[in-house]
Write a protein that binds this ligand. Sequence first.
Ligand SMILES: *Cc1c(COP(=O)(O)O)cnc(C)c1O
Length: 408
Amino acid sequence: MKPLGPIPAGYTALDGELAIGGRKASVLVEEAGGTPLFVYCADLIRQRVAQLRSALPQRVALHYAVKANPYRPVLELMAGLVDGFDIASGGELAMVRAAGIDPARVSFAGPGKRDAELEAAIAAGVTLNLESEGEADRALAIASRLGETPRLAIRVNPDFDLKGSGMKMGGGAKPFGIDAERVPALARRIIAVGAEWRGFHIFAGSQALDAAAIIHTQAQTLDLAARLAEESGAPLPHCNLGGGFGIPYFPGDTPVDLAAVGAALGERMEQLPTVLQGTAFCIELGRYLVGEAGVYLCQIVDRKVSHGELYLITDGGLHHQLAASGNFGTVVRRNYPVAIASRFGAEVEEEANVVGCLCTPLDRLADKGGFPRAEVGDLVAVFCAGAYGASASPAMFLGQGPAREMLV
Ligand SMILES: *Cc1c(COP(=O)(O)O)cnc(C)c1O
């Protein structure tokens, strides 16, 4: 048997079934009209935001990285919980606007912003995190044609990365941001042409669980921001310190020591150099806010044995949960937390491979996991499905189409 990832806190059994937000999985499936279904729990999201607010210094604002989960009810919930929103495309701009979010709270990062996206963002008053000098030229030209004062920040490609991070986003050659040594010249130019100067965006990586690594990166980020602000010759109005707080997906993973991260950042905020004393800081988080608050529910359609191995075949799969199948940025496939939702908390009776309904061996939700005996019709839960699930999986593959989603 292979171990399964740790089931996040906050999930309980009710009448022998998984309960999400106090409601039974089978009831939620019926209400949604069937499986596959993503259920996101508003209470767990609220709790996570409250934990962050109490651990982090008050001076540091909290932004939501929309790409983790752009489901409209989640955005509407977030509008009342976080201070700002980070988007990565014109499509996400349309989504935050549809959710009633004030564009003045939004910043837009991401390489390859097209002119139409720049125009929509500038016209709406969104802050652009510029990814290159060429993008700066295009943004300034578009703003002058529109007669608008653009709100411009620079995304810095830092000369370090977040250690232990699942996805490296800084350090060395990257398509993201502008190499640190070229940042001061561009900052001076932006200030000189009379754009609204919005400071730096410094994002060094994602999915780190090690508090020491996060603390070290935040210290390096503040040092870099101070140095670049000095060289830019102006106090820094705003600094996005990035994020990168990870969640435990795999066996042996443990949660980030949030108290340690908050305490260290608090100390740094007490000792800021002059050039950063008036700076407004934020961190931007995606999966840490919503990842553990989501569960993907699918239903067992077939139960079969091949060469002595048991297969539980579901109506879900990698077309909704690419990451759980091990095909979204992981090098070695390991099991996510997976359970039989309709027999939640029951004893382990057998070893099974839980697979999806796609005709590819990649479509595996759990490899040789230990489960209570499950039959056709039972519900399977894949946890840690609140981020990079529905929106980061190839829903149209094999003509399957999207999963249902609900916020409870
Ligand atoms: C993807 C991304 C995030 C969110 O990352 P998480 O790991 O979900 O917290 C934040 N900022 C930027 C710039 C990103 O590209």
